[in-house]
Ligand binder design. Structure first.
Ligand code: SF4
Length: 383
C-alpha cells in the first residue's frame, strides 16, 4: 500500500531500532510521553515498546478525546437525550462511556432515548433536515482535529436556516493540556512522572502547525517531536528525541513533514476562530480544571449552541469508584496498576473511559499489551 507499507517496513524498523540502541546513553533513562491516543494505539499494535532498549519508556498521556471528557458533560448529554427529548447524535465511542450512574448512551437509547451514532457532522445535519419537527443536537467532542468539521456544520446550519440543529460543544485544546501536565502541582507533588520529551500529536498538528509547541519546549525545556502514526514514524521520532536529550537540546522538531507544517492549516484555523471562542476554563477528566483549554460557540452563533438552547440542570457527577483513569491520564499510573483492569473492567464492560476507545491506554493494554510476555516482538499487527 503506497505511503503506508513504507512506514511499516520491518528491515527499516530494525535499522532504526539499531540506531536507537547505539545512541542511547545506558547510564540514564528516557521517559517520553505520547500525548495522542493514536500513538498509544500504534505503540501497542506494532509492539514498538519491544523494539526499544530497556531504558526507553513510553508514558501514556491524555490525548484520547473520549477519555478526557469529564463525566459531568456526559451526564449533560444523557439529560439532553432523556429529559429534553432531542435526537442526540455523536461518534460511536462516546456511546459506550459510563456516566455517573454507570449507564451509557447505548443504555439510554435502549431505555427509549433517541441517540444516534454518526460518522460525521454531515450525518447530523442530514438527520436535522429529515426531522424538521425534532430538535437535533450534535454532541461534539475532540481536539483540534475534529473542531473544523463542527464549525463547518454550524456554518452550514446557519446558511440553510436550520432551526432544529445545535451543537453541544466539548472541543478541547492540546497545548494548554501539555503545559498543565508539566506544571500541575499534583504531578510535582507525587514526583512519579518523569517526562524527558514529548511525541507531539500528528493530526492535531496538521491543523495548528508546529509553532504552538515552541513556547513550552522553551519554557519547560522539554524536546517535542511531532510524530506520524505509523510504527516507523514513532521509532524515528524516538530517535530524534533521544538525540535532543543527549545533546541537551529542547526544540520542536517535525518528523511528520509529509503532513504537518510550521503554520498549519490556515483555512481550518480561520473557520474555527469564526465560530468558536476560548472558554475561560474547562474541566478535563483526570486533569481537573485547565484555564483556556476548551472552546465554546461564539455569541454570533448562539442559536446553534445547545448549552444556550436547553437548560441543563447542575448536578454532582462522580467518577466510578476505584477507576484509576485520572492517574492514568496524567501518566502517574499504568493501566495494570488499576485493580479493576482485566477483571471487572474490559472493553466489553468498560468501567472507565480509558477502556472505551481503542486510543485509550487501558484498551490498548488490554488489546495488545496484556499478553506481551507470551508473544515474541514483531512488527506485524497483533490481530
Ligand atoms: S482499567 Fe478500567 S477502571 Fe481501571 S483505570 Fe482503566 S478504565 Fe478505569
Amino acid at each position: 500500500m503506497k505511503y503506508v507499507d513504507e512506514y511499516r517496513d520491518q528491515e527499516l524498523a530494525r535499522t532504526v531500532a539499531a540506531a536507537i540502541a547505539a545512541e542511547v546513553d545506558h547510564g540514564r533513562s528516557y521517559h517520553f510521553m505520547e500525548f495522542c491516543g493514536g500513538h498509544t494505539h500504534a505503540i501497542f499494535r506494532y509492539g514498538v515498546q519491544d523494539l526499544m532498549p530497556e531504558n526507553v519508556h513510553f508514558v501514556h498521556g491524555p490525548g484520547c478525546p473520549v477519555c478526557v471528557l469529564p463525566v459531568s458533560r456526559l451526564d449533560d448529554a444523557v439529560e439532553l437525550a432523556e429529559r429534553h427529548g432531542v435526537i442526540l447524535c455523536t461518534y460511536g465511542d462516546m456511546m459506550r462511556v459510563p456516566d455517573t450512574k454507570q449507564r451509557n448512551l447505548i443504555r439510554a437509547k435502549a431505555d427509549g432515548a433517541d441517540v444516534r451514532m454518526v460518522y460525521s457532522t454531515l450525518d447530523a445535519l442530514r438527520i436535522a433536515r429529515e426531522n424538521p419537527d425534532r430538535q437535533v443536537v450534535f454532541f461534539a467532542i475532540g481536539f483540534e482535529t475534529t473542531t473544523p468539521p463542527t464549525a463547518a456544520a454550524l456554518k452550514a446550519a446557519e446558511a440553510e436556516g436550520l432551526k432544529n440543529f445545535s451543537v453541544f460543544c466539548n472541543h478541547v485544546l492540546t497545548p494548554p493540556a501539555i503545559s498543565h501536565i508539566l506544571q500541575s502541582p499534583e504531578v510535582r507533588d507525587l514526583g512519579i512522572v518523569k517526562i524527558d520529551g514529548f511525541l507531539g500529536p500528528s493530526h492535531v498538528s496538521s491543523v495548528i502547525g508546529s509553532r504552538p509547541y515552541e513556547f513550552f519546549a522553551e519554557e519547560f525545556q522539554k524536546p517535542i517531536v511531532i510524530a506520524g502514526f505509523e510504527p516507523l514514524d514513532v521509532m524515528q521520532s524516538v530517535l530524534m528525541l533521544i538525540r535532543q536529550v543527549n545533546e541537551g537540546r529542547h526544540e520542536v522538531e517535525n518528523e511528520y513533514i509529509r503532513v504537518v507544517t510550521e503554520e498549519g492549516n490556515f483555512k481550518a484555523q480561520a473557520l474555527v476562530s469564526e465560530v468558536f471562542e476560548l472558554r475561560k476554563s474547562f474541566a478535563w477528566r483526570g486533569l481537573g480544571i485547565i484555564p483556556k483549554s476548551a472552546l465554546r460557540v461564539r455569541d454570533a452563533y448562539a442559536d446553534f449552541d445547545a448549552e444556550k438552547r436547553f437548560e441543563l440542570s447542575v448536578k454532582a457527577s462522580r467518577e466510578a469508584k476505584s477507576c484509576e483513569c485520572p492517574s492514568i491520564l496524567r501518566g502517574v499510573k499504568k493501566p495494570t496498576d488499576c485493580k479493576l483492569f482485566a477483571t471487572v473492567c474490559t472493553p466489553q464492560n468498560p468501567i472507565g473511559s480509558c477502556m472505551v476507545s481503542p486510543e485509550g491506554a487501558c484498551a490498548a493494554y488490554w488489546t495488545y499489551g496484556r499478553f506481551r510476555e507470551q508473544q515474541p516482538s514483531k512488527l506485524e499487527p497483533a490481530e
